[in-house]
Design a protein around this ligand. Structure first.
Ligand code: NAD
Length: 214
């Protein structure tokens, strides 16, 4: 992961650090106080304060003795790192349980993400509303139009396992640069395409593992 600040030499951020930085941002966005200590963050995320301090060296933020980190600049630094200041339009394919829930998720706005269209191939769902969006038929023509109009680079795959690869192919063929895949399938994508697989079940596995240790 590269920290691409213009005025600074890009830093290579190790993946585990990058993942924790995402958690710090999510936590800070919920904080109501103005300052937070590394101990405070560590306690809430079940890690060590040393780890927090080490991770923050990647974003060049320093805490004040006895007070901790000033939250607003910390949020700004992390937001810049994740490109949150830039609004990214995304599209969802699959207006089932998951796709519909994601399309209605209000929290995306906070992180600079806006769902601009949701597609499906089920005639029953096409034309129905998911929040404020009308479900569009998943055709290349519609896709091209939406991608061009809203300058979409990110596609979310919420279709069934069997359809996921074909949907990924169509999205990439029509200019999508990054796929956020929820289907439990290993997708093949051309080099240069960003692929993030999301598996909610890993969270439950962590809980089960932690419970067993108690
Ligand atoms: N990542 C996770 O942790 C997680 C959790 C739950 C579900 N899932 C997966 O997410 C996907 C969606 O789950 P769901 O519960 O919303 O399923 P769902 O059956 O409710 O919805 C799937 C939708 O995809 C549509 N679809 C199927 N093929 C299509 C195609 N070729 N083009 C356009 N639309 C198509 C269907 O019409 C349907 O509306 C599944 O693959 C499921 O296994 C993942």
């Amino acid at each position: 992961m590269s920290n691409l600040k213009k005025d600074r030499k890009p830093l290579e951020i190790p993946k585990p650090t990058f993942e924790r930085l995402k958690k710090y941002l999510a936590l800070l966005l919920q904080e109501e106080s103005e300052y937070i200590s590394s101990e405070g963050i560590a306690e809430k995320l079940n890690i060590t304060p040393e780890q927090v301090r080490k991770d923050f060296t990647y974003i060049n933020i320093k805490g004040k003795p006895k007070v901790g980190y000033h939250i607003p600049p910390l949020i700004n630094e992390l937001s810049e790192l994740f490109g949150i200041g830039v609004m990214d339009n995304i599209i969802i394919v699959g207006a089932g349980n998951l796709g519909s829930a994601l399309a209605k998720y209000a929290g995306f706005k906070k992180i600079g993400v806006r769902v601009v269209a949701i597609f499906d191939n089920d005639p029953v769902k096409i034309g129905s509303f998911v929040g404020e969006l009308s479900v569009l038929p998943f055709s290349e023509e519609n896709l091209k139009r939406v991608i061009k109009r809203f300058k979409v680079k990110i596609g979310v795959i919420c279709v069934t396992e069997e359809s996921a690869q074909e949907v990924a192919n169509v999205l990439v063929r029509n200019g999508i640069k990054a796929l956020w895949n929820f289907a439990p399938v290993t997708l093949k994508v051309p080099p240069g395409i960003v692929l993030e697989n999301q598996d909610i079940t890993t969270g439950v596995l962590t809980i089960k593992h932690l419970l067993e240790k108690k």
